[in-house]
Ligand binder design. Structure first.
Ligand code: FVH
Length: 289
C-alpha cells in the first residue's frame, strides 16, 4: 500500500525533523517554509517544495504545521481561507489550550478537521525511541492519521478537547523549567567558590532524582486534599528559606528566581498551612480566571 501524502508547513529545526521522519517512513512529502532556502535539504531527501502555504495544503489530505508561535500559525492559516476545507490540520506548534481551541474553531468554520499536538522531544529525538507527541481534538481525524503521525515517535491521545494536548505539554515543560531554574541556581552558587559545575552535577543528578521520587505522594495529597505531613512541613521550609536568599546575596548570586518561592511559603503560613507538606502549594497557586 502507498503511504499517504503529507504536507509540512514550517521547516525550522523541528519542522525539518518532522518532514525528514515522514520521508523516511515512505510518505510523499510536500514542504513549505517562509524562507524558501530551508526547503533545500528536504528536497534533496525527496520532498516536493511548495511555493505557497496554499499549494502545500492543496497537495495532501494531512497538513502538519510547526511554526515558531501561535501568532505565526494564525498568520499563515489566515492566508488559506477555504483552501483548508476537507483537510486535516495537525498543529504541533507550542501554544496554550485556549489558542488550540480557537484554532480548532477556526478550522471547523472552514470545514477542516483539527488536531493539536505537543511534542515531547527535541528535533534530534524525532523518530527515535524516546520521542512522543500528545494529541487532542478531532478523534476521527486522529484515528485516520495516527499511523502516519507515528513516524515522529509515540502517539499519546489526551482527549477530544483540543486544548488537552497543549495542557499536558505545558505542564510537563513547566516541571522541566522548574528543574532548570533550580539546577542553574545551584551551579551559579557552587561556581562562586570555584567548584566545577560539571563535577557538581554528579551530586545534583541523583539528589534531584531521589527528591522527584516524592512526586506521586504529593500528587496523592493534592488529589485527596490531605496535606498533613510528618516529613517536611511548610513551617520548616519557610523557616529555612531566608538562609537560601541570604546565601545567594552573600555569594553574589541573584535571588530573583527564588524570591517568589519565599513569598508563597510566607503566604502559606499566613493562611494557616504551617503543618502541611509542600503539596499544599499547588492549591495556593490556583487563582480565579
Ligand atoms: N526545537 C525544540 O527543541 C522544541 C521541541 C518541542 C517543540 N518545540 C516547538 O516547535 C515549534 C517550532 O520550533 P523550531 O525548533 O522548529 O523553531 P525554529 O527553528 O525557530 O523555526 C521556526 C519556524 O517558524 C517559521 N516562522 C516564524 N515566524 C513565521 C511567520 N510569521 N510566518 C511563517 N513562518 C514563520 C520559521 O520560518 P523561517 O524563519 O525559516 O522563515 C521557521 O520555519 C515551536 O513552537 C517550538 O516551541 C520545538
Amino acid at each position: 500500500m502507498t503511504a499517504s501524502p503529507v504536507s509540512v508547513l514550517g521547516l525550522g529545526m523541528m519542522g525539518s525533523a518532522l518532514a525528514a521522519a515522514l520521508l523516511k517512513a515512505g510518505h510523499p512529502v510536500t514542504v513549505w517554509n517562509r524562507s524558501p532556502a530551508k526547503t533545500g535539504p528536504l528536497v534533496a531527501q525527496g520532498a516536493l517544495p511548495a511555493a505557497t502555504p496554499g499549494d502545500a495544503v492543496a497537495a495532501s489530505p494531512l497538513v502538519v504545521v510547526c511554526l515558531v508561535t501561535n501568532d505565526a500559525v494564525q498568520e499563515v492559516l489566515g492566508t488559506l481561507g477555504d483552501a483548508v476545507a476537507g483537510r486535516t490540520l495537525v498543529n504541533l506548534t507550542n501554544g496554550t489550550p485556549a489558542q488550540a481551541r480557537e484554532l480548532s474553531a477556526w478550522a471547523t468554520g472552514h470545514r477542516a478537521r483539527y488536531v493539536d499536538g505537543g511534542i515531547m522531544a527535541v528535533p534530534q529525538m524525532i523518530a527515535g525511541p524516546h520521542a512522543y507527541v500528545f494529541y487532542s481534538g478531532d478523534d476521527q481525524a486522529y484515528a485516520t492519521h495516527r499511523a502516519t503521525l507515528a513516524a515522529f515517535g509515540g502517539t499519546t491521545w489526551t482527549g477530544t478537547d483540543p486544548g488537552r494536548a497543549a495542557l499536558h505539554d505545558l505542564a510537563l515543560l513547566t516541571g522541566m523549567y522548574g528543574m532548570v531554574m533550580g539546577v542553574m541556581q545551584a551551579f551559579a552558587l557552587v561556581r562562586t567558590e570555584g567548584i566545577s559545575a560539571e563535577q557538581f552535577s554528579e551530586l545534583l543528578v541523583p539528589w534531584i532524582g531521589a527528591m522527584l521520587g516524592g512526586a506521586p505522594e504529593w500528587g496523592r495529597a493534592i488529589d485527596t486534599g490531605r496535606h498533613l505531613t510528618d516529613v517536611s512541613s511548610i513551617a520548616v521550609n519557610q523557616a529555612a528559606f531566608p538562609n537560601f536568599l541570604a546565601a545567594f546575596r552573600e555569594q553574589g548570586v541573584s535571588p530573583e528566581l527564588f524570591e517568589p518561592f519565599q513569598a508563597i511559603l510566607d503566604r502559606a503560613i499566613t493562611e494557616g498551612h504551617a503543618a502541611d507538606g509542600l503539596s499544599r502549594l499547588a492549591g495556593l497557586l490556583t487563582v480565579e480566571r
